[in-house]
Design a protein around this ligand. Sequence first.
Ligand SMILES: NC(=O)c1ccc[n+]([C@@H]2O[C@H](COP(=O)([O-])OP(=O)(O)OC[C@H]3O[C@@H](n4cnc5c(N)ncnc54)[C@H](O)[C@@H]3O)[C@@H](O)[C@H]2O)c1
Length: 264
Amino acid sequence: MTHPNPARVALVTGAASGIGRRTAEKLALDHGARVYVLDKDADAAAAVARSINAAGGCATPCVVDLADGPGLRQAIASLMAEFGPPDILVNNAGVAGLVAAADCSLENWQLTVAVNITAPMLLMQYALPHMQQAGWGRIVNVSSISGIRAGTGRMAYGTSKAALIAMTRQFAIEAGPWGITANAIAPGAIDTALSQANHSSETRAAYGRMVPMRRYGSTDEVADSIVFLCSEQASYITGQTLAVDGGFVAAGMLVHELVDRAPA
Ligand SMILES: NC(=O)c1ccc[n+]([C@@H]2O[C@H](COP(=O)([O-])OP(=O)(O)OC[C@H]3O[C@@H](n4cnc5c(N)ncnc54)[C@H](O)[C@@H]3O)[C@@H](O)[C@H]2O)c1
């Protein structure tokens, strides 16, 4: 797959860990983009940028706390002034929690909305004029299967990820005339620090039963899908949500004894 010509600038949020980190590495090292590694974790962002640069890529760490509501506009404006606007924007940073709907606190709700919805919206707005001028742009918003199907304890998280899918579509139809695409990725259960923190052994066993492919996905598998949506080849795909989930959202009832047989 050819990517992005090497002059492309990519901004990946939450790039210090997990899915964002693999996406930043692949965009920089496999496809030659200049990557901004945005995260609130300064040490981890610097370490990721160093390791990309040591491997021959071009990466710069950017420290921004996307939860900083009132300060966020200013932080993003400074970022754009310092580093320039991106051709590729991957809104990957997210916060997740497992809290029963009745117990979802206002603080939890507001933090989730700030990081998972408001920050991606502001970043898309800031990136838009440059992409319009360039007549090219790629936006990928990392949502979740929790934005498609309800899950226990996902009041704030699931609602925010559903909103991110809706926002992606809204943006896609307005940005389309300029050759800009906007798509969402909906990862299923993926092995990262986030899922390790949120998934109990009971949850892991439940996914083992409910995911048709019977396993967690890898950060590589999600990052490859994100990179594809950032590529030249994905030029006529916009407003879509791609589930990278081992078949979870496609599935209804799974009858294991019907399929758990060795191939004849
Ligand atoms: N891992 C999964 O199973 C899974 C499933 C569905 C969706 N997702 C989504 O994928 C995305 C990445 O998740 P991951 O599993 O790689 O998580 P992760 O915890 O490994 O990485 C998330 C990164 O985002 C950064 N971040 C968090 N809050 C931030 C803030 N306020 N400002 C700036 N940076 C911030 C963290 O510092 C971290 O580096 C998230 O949006 C998550 O909701 C993950």
